[in-house]
Design a protein. Sequence first.
Length: 667
Amino acid sequence: VTIRYLDEDARRELRNLYVEEIARELHKSPVPFTRMENQELLTALGKEIEDHVREVNTFHKEKFFDELKNLIAKWDRFKGEVRDIEVSELSRYVTEDYEDVLLVDRVEVRLAEIDIPENVVLVDLPGLGVVNPRHKKITQSYVENDAKAFVISSAVFKLLEGEEIELLAEIHRQRPKVLKRAFWVINKWETASERQKKEEIKNFHEKVERYQFRITPERVFRVSALNYLLLRLIGDNTLDQSGKLREHLDNLKKSIGTVPSPHEAPALIEETAETREFSRLRAQLFDYLNTIAGKEFFDEARTELVELSNKFSEILKPFHDMALKNRNLKDSYLASELTRRLKVFSRELRHMVQERIKDIRTEHLPELVFWTDDIQKKFESEIREVMTGLDRKDLKNELMRGMDTHENQSRLPQKIEERLPVARMFREQLRALMTEDVVHRFSSELLSELKGTDLLPDSVQRVLEDKLSKRDILTRINGLCDVFLFEYGDRLDMLGFEVTDTLENRSPEEGEKIHNIRSYLKSNAEEAVNAARKTELIRSDGNFNDLITLKENDLKKIYMRVRHNGNGASANGSGRIETVLELYEGQVIAYMRDLQEKINDYTRRSIKNYFEELEADLLNLFEEKEPDIAVVIMEQLTATIEDDIGFELRKQRLFTESYQTLCALTL
């Protein structure tokens, strides 16, 4: 025996059947309730029921609501499970006493060595005398659609009563032909007296007339199923294995006057009217199934087969017609397949390029910072390291060459630049960043992705390697560096004048021009803040913003303290060179700091423009090189033509043969 429990869909269907019954009692539409989740549903229905009782003082569907609550409480219990049990355990799963009977979908019993045809499945439909609304739905659906024959069984004193007869009447009104498959059984006929039997026959026919059932008299059977079963078991000598059935031997003895021996039992089945009728029921039922019902089944199956054949024929006909028209399969296949593959591959290439560049433009570039604060600090550190390593004596010697008998400090910035090539250092730094962040990160990945396809000819791959190399992007960066450093030469010239003004017009003790002082302090911010705190010109927790607001004389004091480490040394001799070096270093660093934001903004814009131009170039390239790509595709097609054509031939033969077979089925 196999017990099958309701799955999720079946539980939701049962839940909604309860809801429909309750909503009908409440005079409400069930639709809003069926859309609710379980707990929300119980709360809403509970409130509606309270309002209904308050209004009309009664509610007739309380049992439906209780079972609905029980179903929801056990919602996940045994969901969709399948359990195999022994026949001896069956009784506890198929009665209302089983605590989880509400969750059972169906029970399948497989019996060996049973005396019924192998192609017959007996279905015991659920009783309708229970609250569970699924019972009625299953019974009605099975009787109307699935059962090839069904037995309507009533006890002798309860003929055609209750919900069963109402359901039959409903089915008969909608589909009158269904009852032609019915077999009418009046059971326990042996318990009625002769007078009662006449009354019950009359009662039966009156109800048949009332409901306008059309029945065949030969299909009405007055039986004793219990006595038939007892006699069969006695005759088979298996009564001792039948459990509680032995307790009903008194019923048999009362009907026929004795409990027969195994040898006598088979004859008594035919001699007793009620058991003989049961034998007639059994014989007619199985004969009907194997003849009339069997013929109906095959007629219906044949009709469905013809309908399906017509549908499939409509689908296959265009392929069949195409196969007949296609006389030169090889040329036709090559032409159509070349066109298709070329179109697909071209679309893939365009999509590959467009998607990659779209990602660069929308996701990567907005977050890309080339000249970061860390890079700026590293660059400043490199400048300071070079400045520290300059040979002061060599610089002094250079300044005294030619006509000068004294050091010409105004020439010092150009001499420093010869030894400290800021432009070259900046250009190399930006090229290195571009190679790492753009060429390796984007261009190389796109090139690798494109070359990963197996349909690009070598000539196209070489063009791609050229276009996606670092040459073009680095050329663009070189031009960008020229823009960034355009004002740098002017800044060096101005620095020469500032040096002259600083060293000749005013002595260091008299102070520097205030904007030069501020620049110097900015480039040495940490030392300047410490000096200002020590001299109590700013608070102990003050910062550079506090320092820069001081008066000019205070700024000069801090400048002198920082520059000479507080010892008041004068700026003559080598000290004059140190002054110019410090001034130069501060100016270069300040210039690069001012340039940082512009570097990132211009570089992002340049990269965006580069990839947009690259996208257009690549798409044009693919369009121009389609003939070359087509050659590669054709080579592949030709190499596998026999396999491909063989497949196409088999496919066409399958279409043709299938279409002809289906057409034959519809004749």
